[in-house]
Design a protein. Sequence first.
Length: 311
Amino acid sequence: MKQFVTALVVAGAMCVPASAASLSSNAQTVIPSAVQQIISVDYRDLRDSPTAVALRDRVMPDNVKQFESALKGAGIDPNKDVEQLTFVSYRAQKGILRSIGIAQGPLKQRDFLAKMKVKKIKPEKYLLSDIYPMGSGMQMVFLDPTTILFGENAAIKGAIDVRENGAESVQTNNTIDDLITSVQNASIWSVLDQLGTQNMMRSALGQAGSLTDYETIKKRLLASDYTMNFANGVAFDLNIKTSDNVTAATISGLMKAGVLYRKMSGTPSEKMALEGTSVESSNDLVQMHFKSNDQQFQALLKSDLFAAVSK
């Protein structure tokens, strides 16, 4: 409970200005219906915000680093060539969790294909797509000159099946599709299904997530979304969809208790940052808003609290 608010930012943002880009139509055609979580990062906003870069460097998980390394192995510099990077976790057959990345930007398709030809590297043909190796055990497909799909072979093929083999698309998942529409213009945004939401809240609540009350109500957490923006300081907004107003009020109470505890026991920099935090419930929805200026958030990044929850 004592780690609550920062844990929400970390667990949500990395479970990871210019006008933020939405998912292109080609990108959406390879996202399966059985999504657990989508995280999308506008790299242009990150380049324009030292605070956003500091956040990414402190809490970027290993799989995101792996994706970036794979892009570099394909001759694509995430810091220069990528405008938007999206990570998708989805459930394949038998509930196996798979992950794919989708990069959008001026990705130098002609240069890449010429490089493959010089090296005499031939793609694997799968349905209508050409799958190329890209290093770090990952492979990639150009969906169009400005969009690539990448990940492990089985994960990529599962995504291609959506585009070319009739597998269900995320656009048939009304809950997730509606959430995407509502948040996709933020610098960093994410949507989570029921299981993804439960996992995020368990991580965020810490000790409170092990309580019997939480074990009882977690099944009534249905979906969630969050956004982070860096235009004027740092703004984090989380919405949790529950089954009823009683569940929403209970979750809201747990979250408020965590905020209050940290306001009482945190360091001066943590207390100052948390003054911009509010938690409310309305009908079946829980809403959390966190706002701080760049200086306050940079101090929070250096705190013992942040170090503890970002391990």
